[in-house]
Ligand binder design. Structure first.
Ligand SMILES: O=C(O)CCC(=O)C(=O)O
Ligand SMILES: [Mn+2]
Length: 237
């Protein structure tokens, strides 16, 4: 084990004991060889970061196929606003928001068709990520697909519309980097900042399952046409 690996292992163990996360390596560490980065680190107790875990080229093809059947749309909030993140879904259930509130639907309200089926490779990726993070047996029935253009953000919230919160959340980052904000049990800050890059996977469950979180506004200086996608795998029912 190299000196850097050893240091990260000690930090991860201590953070787990203290239930307080170390900051994941800052973005500059992208310049280091990937072997110098820890594959697994703890953002907080039962909030696990799997660095570069997901094969994102294949995931982009899957997203294109999902969006061809169920196009991205900007949902309304119950308060009458419009979300800056565009969304669609695949799987047996799809997450939806409008003036009536947040809920899961079996059909895409845009087409009245069932949501596109969840590709087996996506379900397997989510299950493998969950198991690696310490949550074996995860079988998602919803994959919410989020698309962030520069300037989009996701406000502080918790994933709380699912039937049984014993199932974890698996959240995959694709494309442009973003800063994920983990607040935990209270939405009063300050949050732990987690810089996420293409292929990173965050998993949270157990006592952290109902934790508050959000995504900082993506800078608008990003190169033209560049986007961030996020796949949020959930067990809705
Ligand atoms: O985009 C992300 O990284 C998080 C998305 C999220 O929290 C959600 O869709 O509920
Ligand atoms: Mn969420």
């Amino acid at each position: 084990m190299s000196g850097v690996d050893w240091q990260h292992t000690v930090i991860a163990v201590i953070s787990r004991l203290l239930s307080v996360g170390p900051m994941p390596p800052p973005l500059q560490t992208e310049l280091l060889p990937s072997a110098a980065l820890p594959a697994v680190s703890f953002v907080a107790e039962e909030v696990v970061l799997l660095r570069r875990f997901a094969p994102t080229a294949a995931l982009r093809s899957a997203i294109d196929a999902i969006a061809a059947a169920a196009p991205f749309r900007h949902l309304s909030t119950p308060g009458g606003g419009s979300m800056s993140v565009a969304m669609t879904n695949c799987g047996a259930w799809g997450w939806h928001s409008d003036a009536r509130g947040y809920r899961y639907l079996e059909r895409d309200p845009g087409s009245d068709l069932p949501w596109p089926a969840m590709p087996l490779a996506l379900a397997e990726l989510a299950a493998r990520a969950a198991a690696t993070a310490g949550f074996p047996g995860f079988a998602p029935d919803c994959c919410l697909v989020n698309r962030y253009a520069p300037g989009a953000q996701m406000g502080t919230h918790r994933d709380f519309d699912e039937h049984d919160l014993r199932h974890p959340i698996v959240s995959v980052s694709i494309g442009l980097p973003a800063v994920f904000l983990w607040y935990g049990a209270s939405r009063q800050g300050p949050p732990t900042r987690v810089p996420l890059v293409d292929g990173d996977v965050l998993v949270w469950g157990g006592r952290a399952r109902a934790g508050y979180h959000g995504v900082r506004r993506l800078p608008v200086r990003a190169e033209a046409g560049a986007l961030r996608y996020n796949l949020t795998f959930r067990r809705a029912r």
